[in-house]
Design a protein around this ligand. Structure first.
Ligand SMILES: C[S@@+](CC[C@H](N)C(=O)[O-])C[C@H]1O[C@@H](n2cnc3c(N)ncnc32)[C@H](O)[C@@H]1O
Length: 238
């Protein structure tokens, strides 16, 4: 066997699984108006978005979500999918890194009332405006330095969060996710597979600081020893 084959085999062995756990998230909500914003994104716009304050969540669409509001149709299907995929027991524990206002955690609690949930987000605004049902379980903090003991959670998720950090801090964050998870983890990241996807991503991306080819992400996982599962957010609209 050639050394490149050996390397590939080794990489396959240590990596987690590539799995789209957001396949039940309504597609239009993630990609919908992206095209409108992509016409021209200024540095100032990006600077404001990257503060992850009111403007990003509930300001004009040019800075982010243009109104980050709860709707059951967004996460209800996803949380069932995640529960079933990981066969989570009723009393399992879950940490969501980049939880924003806690929408996903809220739907998890609705589905599994005995689940222990925790959410962390860099945004004071998002945590202050978190859903009341899960607010006691949310806190402000940075993915690169998670304030939890080793092996604290059965599942750790980070959905569209880690790529907002510069490369070195992405590595730290992946290491932290691995450290605090005792069983499973799942990250979804901005990525591309083709030149066209790369160009689309570059045109509309607002907050992301590290975006890479899917194979480069996988190499990074191997480098830092991240053995959890993963999937990609790929820009689909011109
Ligand atoms: C694109 S939003 C995703 C929110 C939610 N996970 C979802 O999928 O709807 C990215 C989130 O990551 C948070 N975030 C950005 N950098 C972070 C960091 N270094 N540590 C923790 N959270 C961060 C932002 O405040 C924001 O809530």
């Amino acid at each position: 066997m050639q050394s490149s084959q050996v390397h590939r085999k080794e990489q396959t062995r240590v990596l987690g699984r590539e799995v789209n756990l957001l396949d039940r998230y309504p597609k239009s909500s993630r990609t919908g108006k992206v095209g409108e914003r992509a016409v021209h994104i200024s540095d100032e716009q990006r600077e404001i978005s990257r503060q992850f304050g009111r403007e990003y969540f509930d300001g004009d669409r040019m800075y982010g979500y243009g109104g980050y509001n709860y709707h059951p149709r967004f996460w209800q299907g996803v949380v069932r999918r995640i529960r079933d995929y990981y066969d989570l027991s009723e009393d399992a524990s879950l940490l969501d890194v980049g939880c924003a206002k806690g929408f996903m955690l809220h739907d998890f609690k609705e589905l599994m009332p005995n689940l222990t949930v925790a959410g962390i987000d860099i945004s004071e605004y998002a945590i202050e405006n978190g859903l009341e049902t899960v607010k006691p379980f949310l806190r402000v903090g940075n993915a690169k330095e998670l304030p939890y003991e080793d092996n604290s959670f059965d599942l750790v998720t980070a959905i569209n969060t880690i790529h907002n950090l510069p490369l070195e801090e992405c590595k730290q964050a992946l290491g932290e996710i691995k450290r605090v998870s005792r069983k499973h983890s799942f990250v979804q990241l901005d990525a591309y597979r083709t030149q066209a996807e790369k160009e689309r991503l570059e045109r509309w991306v607002l907050t992301c600081k590290t975006y890479m080819h899917v194979d480069e992400w996988k190499e990074l996982f191997a480098e830092v020893g991240y053995t959890g599962d993963y999937y990609w957010f790929i820009a689909e609209i011109d």
